[in-house]
Design a protein around this ligand. Structure first.
Ligand code: NDP
Length: 478
């Protein structure tokens, strides 16, 4: 089996070790072997990025715009093959995987245009005869650390703005999903990125990620992943005064009010809680349902859950693919047990499934009669597990929705303009959804949360420039 290499200073280079990329739907399917880097190789990539920065940061926006457009185009042309690779290594269903690849392509296309929109300001000075100008410049070398659950979209929404605004990149994908990252790096190289401007370093977070976070030559770290890792990264980065941006977990509520359209409520809950195997930071893991619709909603949810097929992501008709690996599946099953022990009533699924191939399959789980203090309602499971909390009325539902240390996404299903408007204003979340699932966002508007979910500037859309540029104020004596 050929080994897929790291990309440093415009060259494909062997690593210091290798890791196997295993299909979570069929553990006998080894997708490929990937190089892993050590600290020295990571430092070589940082040096390459540092060396490329002076000329790349001053390169014209036309050149950068065209590069991003070519990358986006190549991704879109190879959507099917990239989607199959993604589904095989991460486990989401093929339509979801192709959708994610399409989104990655659109993100590059978007930033190809967005970079042309960069503008500054000229202001008169309060001191006579002086003029002040405010412009934005590239931040420098950026370390990008990404999770396994969106192996191409999350890297795309960090790499595209970083390159667009003239930064150089050292990209470290999650070890579980090097395939999509490597394929993306191949496309970026093929599109003609200058040597050193973009570098791919695969390998474990505690080695490669840690080196990136602690190297003084890295000016900014953009991280998506778990809360614990994020906190440690922030402490280290702030300790050496590097800019840092974190997107972390969620315990996202979906409120269902008495006046909701039942079909809409069920579709929002099913999609939000269980699609992509529940492995989304924006997943609706807490379903907060008012008294008048509660029993009808549960009945309809169970009927709908019975229609979902868990299986191989590449099979037509599969709605829910496997959990990403054995460790994550064990954790999901542990949470199912914890919820039962704490008094939750499991009304559907939850168990491990043995299918034709040896994979990490789990039946989606639905709990009812849960209370806000239970661990199932406080900690992120990151799997196909949702719990229902009964609410007396809208006011109680809102209180429950905000009763969490997280604040990424919050949804409501209602036909009342009054409650929808109030919820949009008072939900303590970075993103609010009315009559649509808590997961699923556009690529041209800001993405991010409040409270324990996010830290630093927002990602995506024009707001991405806050992180990837630094502001300069200049005075001229006229
Ligand atoms: P982790 O935090 O374990 O990993 C995220 C990334 O950080 C990986 O690339 C990992 O490398 C790397 N990493 C691990 N340890 C270190 C370290 N000491 N220093 C630097 N980098 C390190 O999360 P997962 O990838 O397991 O993703 C699941 C979690 O991420 C969930 O809790 C989920 O909520 C959250 N998440 C949040 C999102 C958001 O946008 N808010 C989106 C997606 C996920 P490696 O794994 O290779 O060792």
């Amino acid at each position: 089996m050929t080994i897929k290499k790291n990309y440093i200073a415009g060259e494909w280079v062997e690593g210091c070790g290798t890791s196997h990329n295993i299909n979570p739907a069929d553990t006998s399917d080894v997708i490929a072997e990937y190089a892993t880097a050590d600290a020295e190789q990571t430092k070589a990539a940082i040096a390459a990025a540092r060396g490329a920065f002076p000329s790349w940061s001053l390169s014209g926006i036309q050149l950068r715009s065209e590069l991003l457009d070519r990358i986006g185009q190549l991704i879109l042309e190879r959507k099917q093959a990239l989607g199959e690779l993604l589904a095989r290594e991460e486990g989401k269903s093929l339509p979801e995987a192709i959708g994610e690849v399409g989104r990655a392509g659109q993100i590059f296309k978007y930033f190809s245009g967005e970079v042309l929109q960069l503008r500054g300001e000229i202001q008169p000075s309060v001191r006579p005869g002086l003029e002040a100008s405010v412009t934005r410049e590239a931040l420098g070398v950026i370390g990008l650390i990404t999770p396994w659950n969106f192996p191409i979209a999350i890297p795309a929404w960090k790499i595209a703005p970083a390159l667009a605004y003239g930064n150089c990149v050292v990209f470290k994908p999650a070890e579980l999903v090097p395939g999509s990252a490597h394929a993306l790096a191949e496309i970026i190289a093929e599109a003609g990125v200058p040597a050193g401007v973009f570098n791919l370093i695969m390998g474990p977070g505690r080695v490669v990620g840690d080196t990136l976070v602690n190297d003084a030559r890295v000016d900014g770290i953009s991280f998506t992943g778990s809360v614990n890792t994020g906190r440690n990264i922030a402490a280290a980065a702030v300790g050496r005064m590097a800019k840092v941006q974190l997107e972390m977990g969620g315990k996202n509520p979906l409120v269902v009010l008495d006046d909701a359209d039942l079909d809409t409520a069920v579709e929002c809950a099913i999609n939000g809680a269980f699609f992509s195997t529940g492995q989304r930071c924006t997943a609706s893991s807490r379903l907060i349902v008012t008294e008048g619709i509660h029993d009808r909603f549960i009945e309809a949810m169970i009927d709908r859950l019975k229609t979902l097929k868990v299986g191989n992501p590449l099979d037509a008709g599969t709605h829910i693919g496997p959990v990403v690996d054995e460790r994550q599946l064990r954790q999901n099953l542990e949470y199912v047990e914890i919820a039962k022990t704490e008094g939750g009533n499991l009304v559907f699924g939850g168990g491990r499934l043995q299918l034709e191939t040896d994979g990490f399959f789990q039946q989606p789980a639905l709990f009812i009669n849960t209370t806000p203090e239970m661990r199932i309602n406080r900690e992120e499971v990151f799997g196909p597990v949702a719990s229902v909390i009964r609410a007396r009325d809208y006011a109680h539902a809102l209180e429950l929705a905000n009763d969490t240390e997280f604040g990424l996404s919050a949804g409501i299903v209602t036909q009342s303009l009054k409650y929808a408007t109030h919820f949009k204003r008072h939900a303590q979340a970075g993103m609010v959804m009315v009559n649509v699932p808590t997961a699923g966002v556009d690529y041209h508007v800001p993405f991010g949360g409040r409270k324990g979910s996010s830290y630093g500037a927002r990602e995506q859309g024009s707001y991405a420039r806050e992180f990837y540029t630094t502001v300069k104020t200049a005075y001229t004596l006229a």
